[in-house]
Design a protein around this ligand. Structure first.
Ligand SMILES: NC(=O)c1ccc[n+]([C@@H]2O[C@H](COP(=O)([O-])OP(=O)(O)OC[C@H]3O[C@@H](n4cnc5c(N)ncnc54)[C@H](OP(=O)(O)O)[C@@H]3O)[C@@H](O)[C@H]2O)c1
Length: 327
């Protein structure tokens, strides 16, 4: 694998972390980027090389063809997109940015690259948020609710169609559906939980689908899939299977936040028992505590032929979370 990686979304949380992690392993000369025109000064200040700028990603087909024509791009990691349910953002905008854009980029990649992988970052949330379920398994059928998750699901379907005829080709599709991501600069679910723990409160929000995946795990999965020959079309639910939330939060509250005794004393079985009789909305909020497993993990290991776990990335981000809680 000597080719380049085209990374979108460098200015966002995941894109930045993936760049830093992959750069460590592959070297900085392996990257090209596309960013909004409004990011030009920012890119200059960062000293970035190999950056292409667009005004409207849907009007940039020529630019994509130029990038794939001029660079030996062997992998696209498409991180850019509207990340989450945003008030005031129309369905049309979700469709443009989260559906039409990745398809246009993938079409150009398929047309101009002889080999490589197109990595699309979807979300585990496409399975929907209710009713209570302790973990996602392969047999579960996605039922997206809300514009954000629906846009990811439609994009997945379109990309799977686009790559359907290319099973023998050297160009493959990888769809990653991460759980809530953690790492430096994350959106705050984890550190908000730590804030509650610090105050002796039990964190009780989250959807049944909320578990965690580190940005390190994302980088590891991407590298593993990239190294795999001719992956065809692959969909992976990315979550940390060994991330037993209750144990983890106990340890974190004791060791990371300086709370000597974790406030959580309810054993897992009692939470599960309680959830069976609790109204769905409450189950929805509490089920975060009982999530400790995501089915697809063992399949991923079998598929890749090597283990990508355990990552145990959290200690690396300890001081970041401490500063969030203390700050
Ligand atoms: N964070 C999570 O926990 C999580 C979990 C599951 C899936 N994901 C998915 O992972 C991907 C990255 O998430 P993230 O947390 O890194 O999101 P983020 O921090 O909000 O970054 C989003 C990136 O997309 C770009 N972008 C957004 N709207 C755009 C537009 N209209 N035109 C051009 N560029 C646009 C942003 O560029 P600007 O900086 O120029 O605005 C930024 O680089 C997303 O697809 C998200 O759905 C994230």
């Amino acid at each position: 694998m000597r080719g380049k990686i085209l990374l979108t979304g460098l200015s966002g949380f995941l894109g930045r972390n993936l760049y830093l992690l992959l750069r460590e392993r592959l070297g900085k000369d392996r990257f090209v980027f596309i960013l909004r025109e409004s990011r030009r000064d920012w890119a200059r200040q960062m000293g970035l090389k190999g950056v292409y700028f667009f005004t409207d990603p849907l009007e940039a087909r020529g630019l994509y063809e130029e990038i794939f024509g001029d660079n030996d791009v062997e992998m696209v990691i498409h991180c850019a997109g509207i990340s989450g349910e945003r008030l005031g953002v129309s369905w049309g905008e979700y469709e443009r940015i989260n559906v039409a854009w990745p398809i246009m980029l993938a079409e150009s990649f398929c047309k101009l690259s002889r080999r490589g992988k197109f990595v699309f970052i979807s979300s585990i949330g496409i399975y929907g948020t209710a009713p209570y379920k302790p973990y996602i398994s392969e047999g579960d059928i996605p039922k997206p609710d809300g514009k954000y998750h629906l846009s990811k699901k439609i994009a997945e379907e379109c990309l799977l169609d686009l790559f359907a005829d290319r099973n023998d080709a050297q160009v493959g599709l990888v769809i990653l559906r991460p759980n809530t991501l953690y790492g430096e600069g994350d959106k705050g679910v984890l550190w908000k939980m730590f804030c509650l723990l610090k105050r002796g409160l039990l964190p009780v929000w989250g959807s049944p689908l909320t578990s965690f995946a580190s940005v390190d795990l994302m980088a590891e999965v991407i590298l593993s899939v990239w190294q795999k020959e001719n992956a065809g079309r692959v969909v992976i639910n990315v979550s940390e299977p060994s991330f037993k939330l209750v144990d983890f939060l106990k340890e974190a509250s004791a060791n990371v936040l300086g709370v000597s005794k974790a406030p959580m004393v309810l054993p897992l079985w009692s939470i599960k028992h309680f959830l069976k009789i609790a109204p769905p909305w409450l189950g929805n909020r509490l089920s975060l505590l009982s999530l400790d497993k995501v089915y697809d993990t063992s399949k991923l290991e079998a598929f890749l032929g090597r283990a990508v776990y355990p990552m145990e990335a959290f200690p690396k981000y300890r001081s970041y979370y401490r500063s969030c809680v203390e700050g």
